[in-house]
Design a protein around this ligand. Structure first.
Ligand code: I24
Ligand code: DGL
Length: 266
């Protein structure tokens, strides 16, 4: 039965586990197959064409495995590849950008919205396009934060050093007026406390990961793809890099003791 088929989730590496965490929280009964392209991570600094090709390779694998729906958890991949992938496959495809954009428009009273993301995401203009589609009178303040992903991946995201990097990176927003900020990258929820501290008080911070899962829930019901059982199922993870390093991150972040983590070649 199609309703019992897995939902595919792809990312450039381990950052998409922020999206998986929201899935396990809200939709624990849905089977998940995750592919993280850890061997070629990060995508943020890469040319759009390359990110598009890498993304298509992951989706082809998941399509062969027989998924009922695809979530592109990576903001950079969503920014450059969503439309093409949607046109090439018949299952529903959800990206992280439109859900985040919609929540930001709803949260903002001024209509002035800051967008934080990788160079690839910010250069693509995808958040601007999405916000303008929803609301014609928003003003958008995009800011590339190329140092945020390395800080998280160095494991120092709780540190004073991380706080300093966040503070310095957000300086260009100091004399800009806005009342909502989108965390437009898988890794940024891990820096959320530092980001909140260095943005003006009262700015609403939107996590694209959280908003995306709300959308997924809606689409599963609308398309009659929701699994009927309420038994939780363990996700399966594939990594294009070493499975052992990936397993450690899954254990730590998702607190799954013995996760099913396998190596995959694209
Ligand atoms: N966090 C991420 N990617 C990594 C990392 C990390 N190494 C330490 N931490 N490495 O993404 C990327 C490349 N690796 C991936 C594994 O296979 C080999 C190649 C962010 C994940 C956010 C959920 C820091 C770290 C951790 C445990 C949990 C969370 C976290 F070690 F940020
Ligand atoms: N997953 C990427 C994103 O959300 C961040 C890490 C990377 O640059 O690959 O944009």
């Amino acid at each position: 039965m199609k309703v019992d088929s897995p939902i595919g989730i792809i990312d450039s590496g381990a950052g998409g586990l922020t999206v998986v965490k929201e899935m396990l929280h809200r939709l624990p009964q849905e089977p998940i197959i995750y592919i993280g392209d850890t061997a070629r991570c990060p995508y943020g600094p890469r040319p759009a064409e390359e990110v598009k090709n890498f993304t298509k390779e992951m989706v082809s694998k998941l399509s062969d495995m027989g998924i009922k729906m695809l979530i592109i958890a990576c903001n950079t991949a969503t920014a450059v590849a969503l439309e093409e992938i949607r046109s090439q496959f018949s299952f529903p495809v959800v990206g992280v950008i439109v859900p985040g954009a919609r929540a930001a428009v709803q949260a903002s009273n001024l209509g002035n919205i800051a967008v934080l993301g990788t160079a690839g995401t910010i250069n693509s203009g995808a958040y601007e396009d999405a916000i303008r589609d929803i609301s014609t009178n928003s003003t958008i303040h995009p800011l590339a934060c190329p140092d945020f992903v390395p800080v998280v991946e160095s494991g120092q995201y709780h540190s004073e050093y991380a706080s300093e990097v966040v503070k310095r990176t957000l300086l260009p927003l100091a004399d800009v007026s806005f009342d909502a900020a989108i965390l437009g990258c898988t890794h940024y929820p891990l820096l959320q406390e530092h980001i909140a501290k260095h943005l003006p008080e009262g700015v609403r911070i939107i996590s694209s990961a959280v908003e995306t899962i709300r959308d997924v829930e809606g689409i599963l019901h609308e398309k009659k793809l929701a699994r009927q059982s309420d038994q939780p199922v363990e996700p399966v993870f594939y990594s294009t890099g070493g499975a052992d390093a990936f397993r450690l991150i899954v254990q730590d972040w998702l607190t799954i003791e013995e996760p099913d983590v396998r190596h995959i070649m694209l």
